[in-house]
Design a protein around this ligand. Structure first.
Ligand SMILES: [Zn+2]
Length: 452
């Protein structure tokens, strides 16, 4: 077997790996490069491999940095079969159609000096879906001589870790491994018999706050902001974070642990994704299953307002405080949350509550650093609101938890490839794995091939 790292090295985004064995070529993930000044160039540059000769594409989960170039791959001649879990396929359809809409709007709005064309269109999307099959967790399948087995990664709904066995050797891709225990999902399944491990490392150099702290802080920040008659603005990723926030608020309000105030879910994509989560309740952890069985509608509670139209979205600012606003995008790189940030960043009574990773170069990262001003859509907006960050609800394992995950297979593993992190995070994790587990961990280079 051979593996080549075409994306997702030296950076969190753009996952794209090629696994070869015998005559079979398997791609794992085909994601967008996001958040860097050269993202568009990177996403449009020619593929570094022969797209037409690839037999299979396996998708670990429905985040855009893992699926965002799948339609481009098909547009450029991919003739093979795409596989993911059924949950991932459902989510991916919603995410890709939304991305196409955003790309087409951007092109329209940027006028004549536009240099960024959409990467693909709806007809490429339809071609893509016609090639897309599903494989459930724990369902053994064969792909060109490889035995493939998907385990629950516990990262977002439908997220999978794939085990590829060939000639008696097992290669495991973690995709993005989840921050277990998670509020909604099951724990990441254990990997115990990998010969080679391709391991994510977003938080390779940092730990999250202890799990007991995250719920207490979430409750405290909301209670204090309500008391001072402000608005709590939560920029939320449409997948997983939006549903987790709804679930937490549902429990806090029903248990009278926070005052019942209007909550606005102002994210068309978040609303669609929440409806998909409702279809796959079987994937939730036993505690959540129990709540559902006892009759609780876990994503719904009194005073929850679902905001569909953008006109209703603008009305939210005029509604009296206190209130809670959940809106996308999660890193404030677009979407309705930017409008709410313009309204409430200047208000000392209000809070911007960041609950996820904010990549370098995003507005969210700027806000996180608490500057005096930020620029939003050409306007200079003073930052007087309270800025809070809770990293404990991240969907990614922290450094200690990744080391623990790898330790489960440290007896069998011949090499660990540390990918999908900023260089400092990946390098730090590589060192830790070598020193603490005595495994052969490396930080591969982009385009480099390794014999397995
Ligand atoms: Zn992810």
């Amino acid at each position: 077997m051979r593996i080549t790292f075409y994306g997702g090295v030296g950076t969190v985004t753009g996952a794209n790996f090629l696994l070869e064995g015998g005559d079979t070529k398997i791609l794992i993930d085909c994601g967008l490069v996001q958040g860097t000044p050269d993202s568009y160039e990177r996403n449009t540059e020619p593929w570094l491999y022969d797209v037409k000769s690839v037999d299979f594409l396996f998708i670990t989960h429905a985040h855009m940095d893992h699926i965002g170039r799948v339609c481009k791959l098909v547009k450029d001649g991919f003739k093979g079969v795409i596989y993911s879990t059924p949950e991932t396929k459902e989510l991916a359809q919603v995410m890709i159609l939304d991305a196409i809409k955003v790309m087409e709007n951007n092109e329209r709005n940027s006028g004549e000096n536009n240099t960024e064309k959409p990467l693909y269109d709806v007809s490429d999307y339809e071609q893509t879906i016609s090639k897309w099959r599903v494989v459930s967790y724990h369902e053994k399948m064969n792909a060109g001589g490889f035995e493939v087995y998907a385990k629950d990664a516990g990262h977002i709904l439908g997220s999978a870790m794939y085990e590829f066995s060939f000639n008696g050797k097992k290669v495991v891709f973690t995709g993005d491994s989840g921050n277990s225990p998670a509020p909604l999902l099951n724990d990441t399944e254990k990997i115990t018999d990998a010969d080679y491990l391709i391991c994510d490392s977003v938080y390779g150099d940092r730990n999250h706050e202890p799990k007991e702290e995250r719920d207490a802080r979430f409750r405290q920040i909301i209670t204090e902001t309500i008391k001072s008659n402000g608005a709590v603005v939560i920029p939320a990723f449409s997948i997983e974070r939006t549903q987790v926030v709804l679930y937490l608020l549902n429990n806090l309000i029903e248990e009278n642990k926070i005052p019942s105030v209007p909550v606005y879910l102002d994210s068309p994509l978040g609303i669609k994704v929440t409806n998909i989560y409702k279809q796959f309740k079987k994937d939730f952890n036993p505690e959540v299953q129990q709540e559902i069985k006892s009759g609780d509608n876990i994503f719904d509670f009194p005073k929850l307002n679902i905001t569909h139209s953008s006109r209703d979205s603008q009305e939210i600012a005029k509604a009296p405080n206190p209130k809670i606003i959940i809106a996308g995008s999660g890193m404030s790189t677009g979407g309705r949350v930017m409008w709410h940030e313009m309204q409430f960043l200047p208000d000392p009574k209000s809070t911007i509550l960041l609950m996820g990773y904010q990549a370098i170069g995003t507005l969210g990262r700027q806000i996180q650093s608490k500057p005096k001003f930020v620029e939003i859509n050409g306007a200079n907006v003073p930052v007087r609101a309270r800025i809070e960050m809770i990293s404990g609800y991240s969907s990614h394992k922290d450094s200690d938890n990744i080391v623990e995950m790898v330790s489960d297979t440290s007896e069998t593993v011949k090499k660990v490839f540390v990918v999908m992190g900023e260089p400092s995070a990946s390098i730090h994790l590589t060192q830790r794995l070598r020193e603490e587990l005595d495994v052969d961990a490396i930080y591969p280079e982009r385009g480099q091939t390794y014999e397995l």
